[in-house]
Design a protein around this ligand. Structure first.
Ligand code: FES
Ligand SMILES: [Fe+2]
Length: 427
């Protein structure tokens, strides 16, 4: 599940899908090429004079000099070693270090290794699979919002993609990592989400879905009349929809895109009008430790130089032990940073043989099984994993929370709540 390089079972699953890779704004027409590490492959992204995007192996097909140092000029990228030039489709446009006769012979035989690209939602998408005609782009709602209603954020996480994603489908950590220092009387008991603080050991339902897996964590609701549900989704191959407010508040998705086996770029797509519940105590103050405080280092041109946080392993994420003793549970500030440091603390690739999974980990177990089954089916029988050819099966899925009658069927209730939810696509 964790290895994503060429030829690995999970790497092959991921290569069936379009992959969000970088922000469109990271490459300018005729600007410097961008080093792009994706699924363990060293690629370059560049934008040509006409605005077309190229994503290619960084090695020149002549003698493997890095095209990172190439000249992005007049409709293609020119290698500075012997001057060969390639367009965004990999076609060799020029071979000036040999005679015209030789160039006429060799040029048509030489192609740069390029991948198909698309742009949507302010993001460059890459198809790294083998099909002549790529499959459709995904239909995850948060990636299909109009630009004006969408906010896209990239953050690099220095660990394997799967342990990072598992944080999004692990609801019981919320009551500890994020709000562990909050006392029952600190939260507004009329807030429907207050039970995420006051009842920190929910029960679970989990199921396979057409697109991946889904979990509902439930506990008695704050109004005492039924159950409070928090729903999260895993969508193939690396998407998570997490609960943060009601379905109507929460149109957002995380893509946990592997750069390699131990570095992940999380790309968050979020509806800008989304509101975030349960960030304040009953007296209106921000819950200790939830202030927004992480910041980014300047991006560098290194293979792993993009969208790194200033609070990182080198400075122990600026953990404040006094704050940890006196005000917040962790001494690390902000939900993003808390999720980041705790999954990085597991190591590059968590050694799962040391785990002891319990009932709160049902969704994680279900999801691992689903992933392994799909990877095996692809490897053994060539069976396409979910949603490659029919991404619309995701069917408007959202993560989020709601109250429901105690005797309602959980899947029927999910569908009813989703149908009733508002949001950009639903008015
Ligand atoms: S290595 Fe690029 S042109 Fe020779
Ligand atoms: Fe979290």
């Amino acid at each position: 599940m964790t290895r994503v390089g060429p030829g690995t079972p999970m790497g092959t699953v991921m290569r069936q899908y379009w992959i969000p890779a970088c922000a469109s704004s990271e490459i300018a027409a005729d600007g410097a090429p961008l080093r792009l590490m994706l699924l363990g492959e060293k690629l370059l992204a560049f934008r040509d004079s006409e605005g077309r995007v190229g994503v290619m192996d960084h090695r020149c097909p002549h003698r493997c000099a890095s095209l990172f140092f190439g000249r992005n000029e007049k409709g293609g990228i020119r290698c500075v070693y012997h001057g060969w030039k390639f367009d965004v489709n990999g076609k060799c446009l020029d071979m000036p270090n040999v005679s015209e006769a030789d160039a006429a012979k060799f040029q048509p035989r030489v192609h740069a290794k390029v991948y198909r690209t698309a742009e949507r939602a302010g993001v460059v998408w890459v198809y790294m699979g083998e099909r002549e005609t790529p499959p459709p782009l995904p239909c995850i709602e948060a990636t299909m919002l109009p630009d004006a209603e969408l906010r896209v954020t990239l953050t690099q996480r220095e660990c394997n993609w799967l342990q990072a994603l598992e944080g999004d489908i692990d609801t019981s950590h919320f009551g500890f990592l994020h709000v562990g220092s909050v006392a029952d009387e600190d939260v507004d008991a009329t807030n429907m989400h207050s039970v995420a603080v006051t009842k920190r050991a929910p029960d679970f339902k989990v199921t396979d879905t057409d697109w991946g897996t889904m979990a509902g964590a439930y506990r008695p609701s704050a109004d005492g009349e039924g159950l409070y549900w928090r729903i999260c989704q895993y969508i193939f191959p690396f998407w998570a929809l997490f609960p943060d407010g009601t379905f109507s508040d929460n149109v957002t998705a995380n893509a946990w895109v592997p750069m390699d086996d131990s570095h992940t770029m999380v790309i968050n797509f979020a509806w800008v009008k989304r509101t975030q519940p349960l960030r304040t105590t009953v007296d209106g103050n921000t819950i200790a430790g939830l202030e927004f405080r992480h910041n980014f280092l300047p991006n560098s041109s290194d293979w792993f130089g993009r969208w790194k946080l200033a609070q990182n392993a080198e400075n122990d994420y600026e953990v404040d032990r006094t704050a940890q003793n006196e005000v917040s549970f962790t001494g690390v500030t902000g939900i993003t940073l808390q999720d980041q440091y705790i999954t990085e603390s597991m190591g590059d690739i968590v050694d799962r043989s040391n785990e002891h999974l319990v009932t709160s980990d049902l969704m994680i177990m279900q999801t691992r099984k689903r992933i392994i089954k799909a990877a095996r089916a692809l490897q053994d029988a060539g069976t396409m994993p979910p949603g490659v050819d029919d991404p619309e099966i995701v069917n408007g899925a959202r993560g989020g929370a709601y109250n429901a009658p105690a005797d309602a069927d959980w899947m029927e209730e999910y569908q009813a709540q989703l149908a009733a939810a508002i949001g950009p696509a639903r008015g």
